[in-house]
Each structure stands twice: as C-alpha cells, then as structure tokens.
Design a protein around this ligand. Sequence first.
Ligand code: G1P
Ligand code: ZN
Length: 546
Amino acid sequence: MTDKMKTIPTTPFEGQKPGTSGLRKKVSVFQQPHYLENFVQSIFDSLEGFQGKILVVGGDGRYYNKTAIQTILKIAAANGFGQVLVGQNGLLSTPAASAIIRKYQAFGGIILSASHNPGGPEGDFGIKYNISNGGPAPEKITDAIYQHSQQISEYRILDVADIDLAHQGKTQIGDMIIEIIDPVTDYDSLMEELFDFKGIAALFQSGFTLRFDAMHAITGPYAKTILEDKLGAPAGTVMNGVPLEDFGGGHPDPNLTYAHDLVDIMMGDNAPQFGAASDGDGDRNMILGQRFFVTPSDSLAILAANAHLVPGYQDGIAGIARSMPTSEAADQVAQALNIDCYETPTGWKFFGNLLDAGKATLCGEESFGTGSNHIREKDGLWAVLFWLNILAVRQQSVESIVREHWAKYGRNFYSRHDYEGVDKKAAEELMENLYSTFGHHLKGQSFDGHIVEYCDDFSYIDPIDHSISTNQGMRIFFEDESRIVFRLSGTGTEGATLRVYLELFEQDTARHHLDAQEVLAELIKLAEKIAGIKKYTGRDKPSVIT
Ligand code: G1P
Ligand code: ZN
C-alpha cells in the first residue's frame, strides 16, 4: 500500500443506530471533525471480502454531497477497494445507484441522501450503505455498523489531493481506480429494456402533454435525458429540473402539500394530461391526471392490473407486495390475477427478500413509493414511465383509467392522517393503551354501529428468512369492509408522529365519485373515539392529510 495511507486515531462517536434508510443528521453534525470518517470506517469494518472489489458512490446532490464523496473515496482507497464508480459531479439517484450496483456486480454502494428532507447548510444530510443486490443493508449489517462506531479507535485514509468529480473518465489514487461515470446512462438503458420507448415517443409525438416536477432534486437530469431528449417530450416538460444543493429552499417530497407548484398546474384550467413528481433522491413518485390525484395505493394496483401491457412485465407478474398500511386495492388485483399478495411491515427493506426470491414482482407503499424487481429500491421515474407506457397503449386519460379500475375492482377509499411532532411519551401511551385495552378482545364489539371483525398488533414473519417483526401497528377491521390502522412513524426526527390510516372498500360504482374525506368522515370520528387522540396528544386535527 502507498506511503500516503494514514491511520488517524479517533474516538467512538455518539452515533445513532442507522436505520436501513441510513444515518440521517443535520449537516452540521456531519461536519464535526472525524464524524463522517468514523461512520464510513465503521461501514467498512462491518464488511468482509471487499478487497479489490467495486464500490458505487453517489448522492442526491444536496449540500455536503461532494465534500463527503472526497472523504469516502480516500477512505475506500485506504481500506482496499479495487475500484469505485462515482456519478459525475457526485450525482446518483437512489434507484440509479441500485441499478449500477447490480449491473456491475459491485460489492456494494454508498448513497448520500436524506431522501425528501430539506437540504442546504441548515438542512439534513445522510449516508446509507447498500449491499450487492442493490438494496439497503439488512439489519444485521446496520447493527454491526453501529457496534463498530461505538468502539472505533482509528480510521484509515489516503492523504491525497481532492479528485476531479466533474469529468468522466478514470483516475487512480493509491491502488484504487476511480471511474467517474455518467449518472444517467445505465439507468436509462435499464428503463429502455423495461418500457416501450417507441410507443411512449409516439404518444408525445401525438401531442400528449406531461409536466414532471423534479423539485430541484436529483431526478432533474434523469427526467430531462429520458423524457425530453430520448422520448421527445417538449422542452419544459421537466420543471425545477436543475438539482440545487438546497433544493431551491423547498421540501423535495412529492405529495399534495410540498409539490404545490405542480399541483397548482395540474388542478388549473390548462392542466397538461399527466403530472408527476419525484423526491430528493428520486425514489418516490406522485401521479396526477388533469385535476385528478391518484393515490399511491391505487397507483400500485393499477400498475399491477396493467403490467401485461408493458414489455418488461408482459409475461405476467409473480406476486405483489404492499406494506400493511397501504390500501388493499392491490389485493383485489392479485386475487383477480390469481397471484399472491404479500403484506409486509412499513419500510422498503421488507420487500427485498420477496423480490430476491422471485415471489413478488411489483411492490409499493402508500407513502409514494412504488417499485419492482428491476432494482432493490423504490423508483420514482420508473413509476412515471410505467404510467406513460400504459397511457400510450390505452390512449385514455389518467382519470378514466382509474375510474375503470374502480368499476372493475371496487374502490378503496383511503386517507392517511398524520399528527406530527406530538409528545413522544404521549404518543407511546396512546399506542400502549390501544394494544392493551383493545388487543384481540374487540371482536364483535360495536362502535357507533361499526362492528369489529378482527384486530391485532401487526406482526410479520418473513417467508424467506423467517425473521419476525412485531409491534408494526394496530389494525382494526370492521364488518362493513372498513379498516383503521394506527402506528407511530419510525422516521420522524422531532417528537413522535402518529399516523392514522383510514380505508373503506366500496363496490358500488354510483358512490365512486364521492370525496374520500367525506366517505371516511365517520371512520375518522371512530378513530378518535377508539384511540383518544385528543386526550393523549392534545390535537384535535391532523397536521397533514394525504
Ligand atoms: C415513512 C413511510 C414509509 C417509508 C419510510 C421511508 O416511514 O411511511 O412507508 O418506507 O418513510 O421512506 P414512517 O415515518 O411512517 O415510519
Ligand atoms: Zn427518497
């Protein structure tokens, strides 16, 4: 090894156990001396057999991305990686990183992102390790990273000048080759394998209009290359397409609240035919028609029901997986297709085994995450292309596709109510009360005429590795085909967030045009009555309604 390699003594750091979404902290935390170095060394200390192998590195372009990459490259070289593939200018969307890890059979990858959290010097930064299947490191590895970070006494780093990230090509530091790659090319070719690019190009050719809001985050360059350059959508189709270190001061989360630029356009008189947005690191998606919002749960079900129209899935899908709080719309489709529908706890990591084992082809969560077995992360632009492919084949509006879907399978009226930043202890007591007082004893009990059919504290046994996850949320089913789910967020940073998921299945087409909040109004009252939300949290209404 080169004489430039340095071993720097350090002390364990007060980390937090990284979730599978990695370590997310304020930028100022990562800027503390040795903080990032300690974490990166702890990642490598938790891995075995990577000597001479490939590592993929890139991030969503937020503030501190490039600085962190310089450090990571020097530590990777000192630890013995053979080659690192880095997105030009340090950019890689989360789905592209997953695709690249798989394509080049890399040992793993480091993704710099705090997903949809705001960025900039005052914002958040994050770092996450993905394994060779392209998916987030499993708990076994994240636990090991945490353990190492608590014991670390030194890290190894190469003492060399910063690497030029702006130009594609190969360089070498120590014994390690660094290849700066185009962030879009590999992802673009994967999309071209899956979707009928000719058909979609013809759709745009015919005058079809789309607005894609990249929210000044990572999908800008991907969407511009694929939608505008390749598929021929007119210039300007992609809005907010230049990734900015602070996302233009916005909150890069594609939902009705934060993607308001796009929502205003889509709800206006001159709305284009299709609208979509993606988040900070490109893994989430929101789908809109003209003055019409498609819930992520419905979107998953519709993609599944139409998958045979899309080249990459034309031979059929093996199964669908959805997180427990996601609506049961996908279950209706799975039943009709006679395939399995898996119900997993919240979080993308639970889909990994099902995808690897070929049991599920499509998966999704109500929280604007949809994906398939093409990678091991959810994929925002993929969902948009999937919709475009369906629209190209069916030549109908988004709204009429959704309404026909409801007419065929029934409509799952659905809403999520979030009580953000509530007192943590109070929220835990609320859940405790639900678990202990209600537990399994509710069956047959009537609440304002709604009779409980079944209820439990959701737990999950992974069908592949048989690992058990408990306490995944309280779910209550009523005999009238409605359901309420209560759970606490696992990703919030301030206090606790109580999420209440409300769902009512309606077969009657004559009622499908109704407003979800109105249809669910009684259930919303019932949720309050059952959980005592106001009593515990002091809140009489949610802070976010989706
Ligand atoms: C939220 C979403 C969940 C998603 C996760 C990471 O987690 O609800 O579906 O996988 O973000 O993007 P929560 O805060 O509910 O634990
Ligand atoms: Zn994300």
